[in-house]
Design a protein around this ligand. Structure first.
Ligand SMILES: [Zn+2]
Length: 230
């Protein structure tokens, strides 16, 4: 399932009453599209005397990027609610997921048979569910150890990365493509030459619908753009 705002509001009210003694004030809720997080609690904080932090302006964000089992969505909401409880009650934890966080998480898991975790890694299956078509600038590189590397350029950094990739010592050869194959959604877009090793066979297979890019000076165009000229 993918969460909606009414769904999150309903779960927030339900868990607040059940697991947090109704002690959490309602807060703004937003849907996110991040691939790196399932949920996050945003806030402002400022220093107050005795080196304490004062937290305010809380916003709960739940990612709808991937299709997830309902239990995982619920546990994500609970995870963020624990952060919210700690910060809004001015409790000083030993770290972001410190002793207080873990104690509360373990209590809720035990009492309500939940499976909240500190971190959540996306499974391969969840990544496959990200089928949205977005255009990617992809650099495929042959690495000197024989592996294949994939680099996705942030759209504003294509030319800089185009210059930078061949300078990377481990890159022996590279070429650029434009593609909207969702396979490439799993790689983060880079502003520096970050290379992700990938299966050569898989990459080739997903480049079938891609267009090769060629560059002349500061102009980048698709290689086959001129093929139909008469
Ligand atoms: Zn957390």
């Amino acid at each position: 399932m993918k969460a909606t705002i009414p769904y999150i509001e309903k779960k927030f009210a339900e868990f607040n009453a059940k697991c947090f003694g109704g002690k959490l004030a309602p807060l703004p809720i937003r849907l996110g599209n991040g691939r790196s997080f399932l949920g996050k609690l945003m806030y402002k904080r400022r220093r107050v005397p005795f080196n304490w932090w004062r937290y305010s302006d809380f916003v709960l964000v739940i990612s709808t990027r991937f299709d997830l089992p309902e239990e995982v969505v619920e546990d994500t909401i609970l995870h963020e609610m624990i952060h919210y409880y700690i910060h809004s009650h001015r409790m000083e934890d030993t770290s972001a997921h410190g002793k207080i966080f873990r104690r509360m998480m373990n209590n809720i898991n035990r009492r309500y048979k939940r499976h909240i975790t500190i971190r959540h890694k996306y499974t391969a299956e969840e990544q496959e569910s990200d089928t949205e078509r977005r255009q990617h600038f992809v650099c495929v590189s042959a690495l000197s150890d024989g592996r294949t590397g994939v680099t996705l350029a942030a759209h504003t950094r294509l030319l800089q990365l185009w210059d930078a990739m061949p300078q990377v010592p481990s890159v022996s050869e590279c070429s650029w493509y434009i593609t909207s194959d969702p396979f490439f959604n799993r790689f983060p877009r880079s502003i520096t030459p970050k290379i992700y090793a990938a299966s050569d066979e898989e990459v080739r297979q997903h480049l079938e619908s891609a267009s090769r890019l060629i560059r002349t000076g500061n102009q980048v165009r698709m290689e086959d753009e001129n093929q139909n000229e008469e």
